[in-house]
Write a protein that binds this ligand. Structure first.
Ligand code: AMP
Length: 545
């Protein structure tokens, strides 16, 4: 029997329509590329994204055309999120931290029709333009007074385009499975691959982000998006924000510790989201400036994802900021939300140490994400919190295939996607990543988790950042090598660090050696570049070999 419920499509335009009616005055605060702070509301974003949609029509942008951005977090970028997808085109957010050749590859692969850019990227755009074969026009996201002087034949001004239109525009009633946005994976190996989101997947993902056991975003929130809008849609917050009416605070290009701290203070930020490396920068600023975050800030929760949240980082947010660390895991292919580490009633009354043990896990899947772990033959492994296997996921906001069929068929017979992560799952559904499959250290037939060792090592007061890789060993095949970046002015010897790890991890997982470096390589999304580290240390022989 067919049900008798209305069949309204789940559309991105309905999010901004809802915000306009129900949260018209909720603020969007941005640090602009031009310098000053800018304040507007969802009502303004609604009006201007309609003006933008009309302007795109005038430019000849049609359903399905890709419109690219090279931009930091800010209100104009938010208008593009709604204007481009809302009118039926596809928003392609490009990571400006990629190598120029990668940007060219991505833009050409996506066949971007227009490129919108922050004026800070003007020189980069001018350099890349001749190689961008499909781009018909370049739009500087600024007003006439700040237009960069560029030798580009088709240079347009964002405010001129938007200002030339009124806001009388009806969003098209699209099929909810229409493509809405495109984001390329960071591509640590091979060329980046495109993940093509839909209106439906985006709206469903927003419900999960707002859910109490998701990120619990609400109208009461002042949310600081340190995670960039070019990295998996800033973890979906630009959409979830409009769904629930959260105030959004956008840091623009200023991602240094001082600027982030000031934004948290002046905008009464309650929820902040970012990768571990940005929080390290924040901690450095707090240390050097001798600040008292508990007194200055209203921070309630900090979402940490993208890489494992080190225990010491969660502890510091709790003790020094009075904020709860919320560990979350996901990936570009998952829009990105997969799991969130929230507590259960049975965790009430736990000691701080026990709470931190729970927080070391990446959390439980939000409803909509099905997970399982398998062995190398694809057999299910037990959910006992001990067996580690390939983490497989399935759900309505998880990719079914890469753009233009790159990588071929990527789902298994049951429709599961292999995340490339290795993890355990316990009886309550808490998942814990032990490694990327390609970073696992195989020692004498056992797997050693590099993440577990890294987490323990950054608990040492002299360690700013730690990376663990496997190095060749004649007897054990591989043994862990701990690579350490020390905090400025702090000292720690090899033996002291190894002694520190004793008792914190299993004896046979203790690294054979420690190497000290002045810098650790990161990818364009802030992850440790283990591939590069393995190259750097490929001839390394530990002291025990
Ligand atoms: P990306 O697609 O760039 O967001 O990268 C996704 C990958 O980042 C995942 O497959 C994980 O390997 C890693 N990752 C994301 N969040 C976490 C986390 N909380 N802990 C450990 N690894 C993470």
């Amino acid at each position: 029997m067919k049900a008798l419920m209305q069949d309204r499509p789940l559309l991105i335009s309905s999010l901004i329509e809802h915000a306009r009616h129900c949260h018209p005055g909720a603020e969007i605060v941005s640090r602009t590329a031009e310098g000053p702070m800018h304040r507007c509301t969802y009502s303004d974003v609604h009006r201007r994204s309609k003006q933008l949609a009309k302007a795109l029509q005038v430019l000849g942008v049609r359903n399905g055309d890709r419109v690219a951005t090279l931009a930091w977090n800010g209100y104009r970028h938010l208008e593009l999120y709604y204007g481009v997808s809302g009118m039926g085109a596809v928003l392609h957010t490009i990571n400006p931290r990629l190598y120029p050749e990668q940007i060219v590859y991505i833009a050409n692969h996506a066949e971007d029709a227009y490129l919108f850019f922050d004026i800070g990227f003007a020189a980069l755009v001018e350099r890349l333009a001749p190689a961008l074969t499909s781009v018909r026009g370049f739009v500087a996201m600024t007003d006439r007074a700040h237009m960069p002087a560029l030798a580009l034949p088709s240079l347009l001004c964002y405010e001129d385009l938007v200002g030339a239109q009124d806001s009388h525009y009806e969003w098209p009633l699209l099929d909810e499975n229409t493509a809405s946005s495109l984001c390329y994976t960071s591509g640590t190996t091979g060329n980046p691959k495109g993940v093509l989101y839909s209106h439906r997947s985006t709206v469903l993902h927003s419900y999960a982000a707002c859910a109490a056991d998701g990120l619990a975003v609400s109208a009461a929130e002042s949310a600081l998006l340190v995670v960039p809008m070019f990295h998996v849609n800033a973890w979906g917050m630009p959409y979830a924000g409009a769904m629930c009416g959260a105030k959004l605070v956008m840091p623009g290009p200023a991602l240094d510790g001082k600027s982030i701290y000031e934004l948290m203070r002046t905008e009464g930020v309650t929820l902040a989201l970012g990768v571990p490396t940005v929080w390290l920068t924040l901690f450095n600023h707090v240390d050097t400036a001798g600040l008292d975050p508990k007194k200055d800030l209203k921070l309630d929760r900090v979402v940490i994802g993208g890489s494992a949240a080190p225990r010491a980082m969660c502890a510091r947010f709790e003790s020094e900021f009075g904020a709860r660390a919320v560990h979350a895991w996901g990936m570009t292919e998952m829009s990105p939300l997969g799991t969130v580490c929230n507590f259960l009633p049975k965790h009430a009354g736990m000691t701080t140490d026990e709470r931190l043990d729970v927080l070391a896990r990446q959390g439980r899947p939000v409803f909509g994400v099905e997970m399982r772990i398998t062995d190398d033959e694809g057999r299910d492994l037990p959910r006992d919190g001990k067996a580690a296997g390939h983490l497989m996921v399935r759900g309505p906001w998880i990719t079914a295939g890469y753009f233009k069929g790159e990588g071929g068929q990527i789902l298994d017979a049951d429709g599961y996607f292999d995340t490339g992560d290795v993890a355990t799952i316990d009886a309550d559904g808490y998942m814990q990543i032990t490694d990327r499959a390609k970073d696992v250290i195989k020692s004498g037939g056992e797997w050693i988790s590099s993440i577990e060792i890294e987490n323990a090592a950054v608990g040492h007061p002299a360690v700013a950042e730690a990376a663990v890789i496997g190095v060749a060993h004649p007897k054990w095949q591989e043994r862990p090598l701990l690579i350490v970046l020390k905090k400025p002015g702090k000292q720690a010897s090899r033996d002291e660090l190894l002694a520190f790890l004793d008792g914190k991890i299993a004896k046979w997982c203790i690294p054979d050696d420690v190497a000290f470096v002045d810098e650790l390589p990161h990818t364009a999304t802030g992850k440790l570049q283990k591939l590069k580290l393995r190259e750097m240390f490929k001839d390394y022989r530990t002291r025990s070999t």
